[in-house]
Write a protein that binds this ligand. Sequence first.
Ligand code: GUN
Length: 290
Amino acid sequence: MDEKLIDGRAIGNIIREEIKERVQNLKNKGCTPGLAVIIVGDDPASHTYVKNKQKSSVEAGMKSELIQLAATVSEQEILERIAQLNDDDTIHGILVQLPLPKHIDENRVILAIDSAKDVDGFHPVNVGKMIIGQNAYLSCTPYGIIKLLERTNTQIKGKHAVIIGRSNIVGKPMGQLLLQRDATVTYCHSRTKDLAHHTKQADILIVAIGMAKFIKADHVKEGAVVIDVGMNRDENGKLCGDVDFDDVKEKSSLITPVPGGVGPMTITMLLKNTLLSAERVCVSGKHEDK
Ligand code: GUN
């Protein structure tokens, strides 16, 4: 075992076992957590992600429903499918795989999902609640990264966290979650001048830029914790992150590999959010499975 490596697969599996037990407890009470996934079009990468989400939810003991729609589907049809799932008491989580075809307004689609079933944490109600520190579904990738930091006993309080990337799904919520845990947060992005000046000050460096092996040892402070959200192919077609792992590893105190770092945690937190939704419903008795 390499003590520098943050093993997202191993940590994810521990959390998935905990989830599985809680799913079984709910099933014993007659309530099976249900996750519905809508996928539009035939992008191979999206289909692979969705297959993994489905497989993982079934392994956790959940009910999984897949709705596959053609790339030519109308926005109205998607909105109607979402409305049906919102009303379906056997479904506790609804996820629409992004990106959607250009003729469909993603914001309108996300807004149509009942925020109580928005297990992706993309609905503005959940984003708003998260920012003001209220109970909310958290976007799965940043939520998973928080769990990786917690389970490796990485101190966040008072540390300087530098995030590269400002997407609504990863960068922006990541900064908020770290801020809530008393980190000092710097956001960097494609227009940041002298990126290395900022990244070299990071105690915790989170990289989500989508460029293969972009971050080198020169960008990193000695002893930093480095979290790589990237998922790219290198010149040989091999999966790699945004961080040049072999270059940065020696300088870091902890580092996530790609694959096997952040990736497995994203799906784990999707399962966690679906479980939490089902637990809420089953305990309040609002909807009960037959
Ligand atoms: N596309 C890429 N990542 C994600 C994700 O986390 N959720 C959804 N719904 N679509 C995605």
